[in-house]
Ligand binder design. Structure first.
Ligand SMILES: NC(=O)CC[C@H](N)C(=O)O
Length: 200
């Protein structure tokens, strides 16, 4: 494992960019804001932040980022998608807006805004595979993973308020995705998982 700081991008078309950049710095990376395809050159990892996945879909197309992002994922560059970023990664989407598209590189079925009105936003401790202690997870109009294909594995689940449990963090090779916002707490261990992957 290298001891130098890997350069990790934060997709900066919309959403929580500054908080992710701070979390990446705290986790030992050098963050770089990504707005144009050329900003992706030489990245060791990338964060797709939360925000509004329909708006992000529109902006990615406007900025010609869809194919370069798919290429980066196909090349095996480590990526962390959070909340709307998880939606963007999904191969299959439920409750998307009409015409909404995704990058389609994570073998999961994601349901947008899945927790429902009464649970629009909440915070709870979740046990995440690979982290020793529970992680304080902030959910904001969050999606959940409704189904996983054989290439994806579950990293964390939470109760859905109706007696069931729902998948809220997954991994597929070097791709990580969380329903929650790990950048909104002072705990940077989820970003640390990405930075570890980015170090190779
Ligand atoms: N906090 C978020 O990223 C919300 C995601 C949003 N509900 C969407 O589907 O895009």
């Amino acid at each position: 494992m290298s001891t130098t700081s890997p350069v990790v991008g934060v997709l900066a078309v919309q959403g929580d960019v500054g908080a992710h950049a701070r979390a990446l710095t705290a986790a030992g990376a050098l963050p770089r804001r990504v707005r144009r395809p050329e900003d992706l050159a030489g990245l060791s990892g990338l964060v797709l932040p939360g925000g509004e996945s329909t708006t992000m879909d529109t902006l990615l197309r406007r900025y010609d980022l869809v194919d370069p992002l798919r290429q980066l994922l196909d090349d095996g560059t480590p990526v962390l998608g959070t909340c709307a970023g998880m939606v963007l990664l999904a191969e299959r989407l439920l409750d998307g807006s009409p015409g909404q598209r995704t990058l389609g590189r994570l073998d999961v079925t994601v349901r947008r805004n899945a927790f429902g009105r009464q649970l629009d936003s909440f915070e709870t401790d979740v046990t995440v595979t690979g982290l020793e202690d529970p992680f304080p997870a902030v959910f904001i109009r969050a999606p959940w993973v409704e189904g996983l294909g054989p290439r994806a594995v579950t990293l964390a689940t939470v109760g859905d308020g109706r007696g069931g449990r729902r998948v809220v963090a997954v991994q597929q090779g070097s791709v990580l995705a969380t329903s929650f916002h790990p950048e909104l707490t002072a705990d940077h261990r989820v970003h640390g998982l990405l930075v570890d992957l980015a170090r190779g």
